[in-house]
Write a protein that binds this ligand. Structure first.
Ligand code: COI
Length: 361
């Protein structure tokens, strides 16, 4: 499908900042957009980043029919930009669309829109350590109707945000997670595997509760409070004393992190020791106490590998993992993973997609 360019005059474009600040704060000049109407995707275009008109009765505003993704691109030392495992994100968006009864969007259309947008904004891709071009694709129901039903029209959009580390202090700052029985992220049979806004709005109150106790996030348990699930902004892992990473077995209340999947693929290639298990909370805590579990943390696109040094409980008591700092296994995996992303370590075939130079018309 031909993509239309409606670019800002060069004299009207903002320049990239000399240094990226935090996560998700900066916007580039343009975005990619395409609309779904009468059963077809129409008018794919790259247009100035701006507010968009929306019907007050749009389904996404009332009944939460919206989904999103998070991906990253990196500038390599050859000056070219590469997108990391993009297809995984494009496919997961369609999974989220399935769960929320939204239209499917061809992976090829998502890819073409992204690569052309990244080409237009290539000067914005940061190069500092721990930084990347964060890619935020999203889709929402636009039909103006107050009946509770799936929208018949949608908009898919990709915006870009040159970003630094998700957690303040970056990789070297091991965070504390709150293990609470008070809040749950998702239940079996619900929408937990979808990256839909409702799962994230539902996490705001639990997150505020966690922050008020000095924790970075909640480590969610399943609804029966017996099993470790995920941390909302990232999947969870722990490391056994033989250096094996354990990721909770995916179920229908855990989002399948593309970073967890990458780690499991690396394990299948023999580059790291990792597997999935159903993680029972009681056993998890007793293994931390006995020293069988030596490290822990989270995996996510934004979070990458984020070490956890401590867990806090509802009564304010805490338990420390290993020495509470960043462990050597987490560091080695982080370095391997980031090295592959930035091109200093070879990545498996097909994990990086080069952004070509297109004719912009
Ligand atoms: C990501 O890791 O990209 C996410 O989408 C998590 C988050 C920042 C909401």
């Amino acid at each position: 499908m031909k993509i239309r360019y409606e670019l800002l005059d060069k004299s009207k474009r903002k320049s990239p900042p000399s240094k990226v600040e935090g996560f998700g704060q900066t916007r580039t000049n343009h975005m990619f957009m395409v609309d779904f109407e009468n059963g077809e995707w129409k008018d794919p275009r790259i247009i100035p980043y701006n507010k968009f008109p929306m019907s007050p009765g749009a389904v996404s505003l009332h009944y939460g029919q919206n989904i999103f993704e998070g991906a990253k691109a990196f500038k390599h030392s050859n000056g070219e930009i590469y997108v990391w495992r993009w297809e995984e994100n494009a496919k997961r968006l369609n999974h989220s669309a399935y769960v929320t009864m939204m239209a499917q969007i061809p992976v090829e259309l998502q890819t073409e829109g992204l690569l052309r947008l990244l080409d237009v904004e290539r000067d914005w891709c940061p190069e500092e350590p721990e930084s990347s071009m964060y890619i935020r694709p999203f889709m929402f129901g636009t039909e103006d109707t107050l009946g509770v039903k799936a929208s018949s029209t949608y908009t898919y959009c990709i915006m870009l945000s040159p970003s630094g580390a998700y957690y303040k202090g970056g990789f070297n700052n091991a965070v504390t997670l709150l293990i609470t029985e008070k809040y749950h992220r998702a239940v079996s049979g619900g929408t937990g595997t979808a990256k839909t806004g409702g799962n994230y709005s539902a996490s705001l109150l639990p997150a505020a509760h966690a922050y008020s106790k000095g924790c970075a996030q909640v480590l969610y348990l399943d609804a029966t409070n017996q099993y470790v699930e995920e941390a909302g902004t990232m999947n969870h892992y722990h490391v056994m004393d033989d250096g094996t990473f354990i990721i909770p077995e995916f179920n229908d209340s855990i989002l399948r992190s593309t970073t967890s999947s990458a780690v499991l693929e690396l394990a299948a290639m023999g580059k790291v020791k990792a597997r999935q298990e159903v993680v029972e909370v009681k056993k998890f805590l007793s293994d931390i106490k006995s020293g069988k579990i030596i490290e822990a943390g989270g995996f996510g696109t934004a979070a990458v590998v984020s070490p956890v040094g401590k867990y806090m409980f509802d009564d304010g008591s805490t338990i420390t993992v290993g020495d509470g700092g960043v462990g050597k296994h987490s560091r080695a995996l982080y370095e391997l993973y980031m090295g592959m992303q930035v091109g200093s370590t070879p990545a498996p075939e097909g994990w990086l997609t080069k952004v070509e130079r297109y004719e912009q018309k």
